[in-house]
Design a protein around this ligand. Sequence first.
Ligand SMILES: C[C@H](N)C(=O)N[C@@H](CCCCN)C(=O)O
Length: 623
Amino acid sequence: MRYPPTLLIIATKKLTAECCGYPISIFFIVVNEFCERFSYYGMRAVLVLYFRYFLLWDDDLATSIYHAFVALCYLTPILGAIIADSWLGKFKTIIYLSIVYAIGQVTMAISTIHDITDANRDGTPDNFTFHIALSMLGLILIALGTGGIKPCVAAFGGDQFQEHQSRQLNTFFSVFYLCINAGSLLSTLITPVLRVVFIAGSGMYVKTDPEGNIMWSVCKCIGFAIKNRFRHRSSSYPKREHWMDWANEKYDKLLIAQIKMVLKVLFLYIPLPMFWTLFDQKGSRWTLQATTMSGDFGAFILQPDQMQTVNPILILTLVPIMDRLIFPLIQKCGLNFSPLKRMTVGMLFAAMAFVSAALVQIEIDKTLPNFPSSSESQLKVVNTYSTTLNVTISPNEHLLIESFGVQLHTSKHTYSTISYVKSKPREGKNAIRRDFVLRHGEQWCEFSRKFGFGASYTFLIPSTVFSDDCESITEVEDMKPNSVHMALQIPQYFLITTGEVMFSVTGLQFSYSQAPKNMKSVLQAGWLCTNAVGNIIVLIVAELGKLPKQWAEYLLFASLLVAVSIIFSIMAYFYTYIDPAEIEAQVRKEQGLEPEEMEKETLEMEEKDEDQKNEQGVKQTKI
Ligand SMILES: C[C@H](N)C(=O)N[C@@H](CCCCN)C(=O)O
């Protein structure tokens, strides 16, 4: 039976309630995204410091595991897309994987309770293996949950729009991005509970049925094309326009056309991971950089991990400014600022952000003391006498330093430890004033001191301390407080966020608009995969590169991104934008079939093929 096209749309798309031209169901989807990101970023913001100061890993291991986790979060979207497209559909995939996600968050939260294994109550866990295992399990479940639902949510949001709402569809992706960032601003573990909002909208969604195992069909079709091309490699066979046309003998023209569209975009994605390589270091290297800076803003003290909130705050202001002011203005000037051009400029902004981070790092390095290398020791001797004392250490004698210090005893005083510090103290917490109470039996005295960020002090406490109300305590500054202010990181955050608006928001829209209808989640998963690869690159460069200076590593990343953006701009120059719906309609027209019949026929062909294979147990080809 043939339907006029307009009737067909009504038959396949549920009529959705609208508000200001937008489907109402969109509200539930963006609120859901807000909550999900709220949960994800809340946990991620403190992750590197959790590794560093709870599990006591060093900077490099903490950075590597952090990026391995982020990479996993952006690899699992492939799994989510497969589950959604071939089995559960997007709606159910989002619900079920959200449950896995919530279990992961709870597991992760439990792993941070040191009391569980702190039998001697000294404030440190006794069994690190238990905490590491539990937190790794939690992180794997979170990665599965967050990554699995990610390609579904964006594509599911896009599915809610009807043909006449293409303008609203574009705005949707900007609002979607705003919600991501509003969510990442306010973060807590309550979020998995709040996610019931998504289920509340259940009755209003356009829920498309799973399209069959589209990913599997795509792989089979590509595999067949390659095999068939190889079989006909002799020059006696006429060439075909595209190598995918070698699948023509067995696969439906529509599927081949759709695969061509997806491959074209995926090819263009090859250089993109480099952007994420830089972008995601906000949460690792930049946060560790902030721990060596001062967060004293006068009215408030900013913790190093809180510095990351500058990014979503800037997004909330920059997205509307770009969307409503900058991009229309550029258009008015007659300049064609196409999506791919925007993405290239976004990359250059990210590279500039890393140059800025390198400059800040050079400033920080100037203020750092000279720490002893692994073959050297450092001994600081404090003289509490009013006269000069000479300390001579014979070069031929070994000086034994036990643990973190030595105690010097004189007939007059017992001094506290002599410091032996190998790195700047950077617990990730900044405090400026601390009160101490010294007790000895019934005697006690109370004193209060102001500390600088990242400083290290030694207190000399004479035995007479209780009779003079702590007055005789002498403070020695072993290491100067951090003097470079965290505000200096703002330019790098501004540059990377401007880059993000141009690159990431545009990329999200581009991935949706260039994907055929039944492959929207697949292409979203492909887009998210660029993120995973980006994080894997950080692991490789950070491990292999091992540059002695952090600023040099920042400059290396900036240069790599500039080189990659040049390659991307060349690739983008040769890319022609497509309207997948138009191409699909054209192929259908060529075949003289209406959409539904065509898709049904493809599925039937696939099923029949499978059945025959199962019955006969032999591989069949239809050439
Ligand atoms: C919070 C950040 N500004 C953001 O919007 N992140 C997006 C894109 C993330 C891709 C790189 N990790 C998100 O979806 O969380």
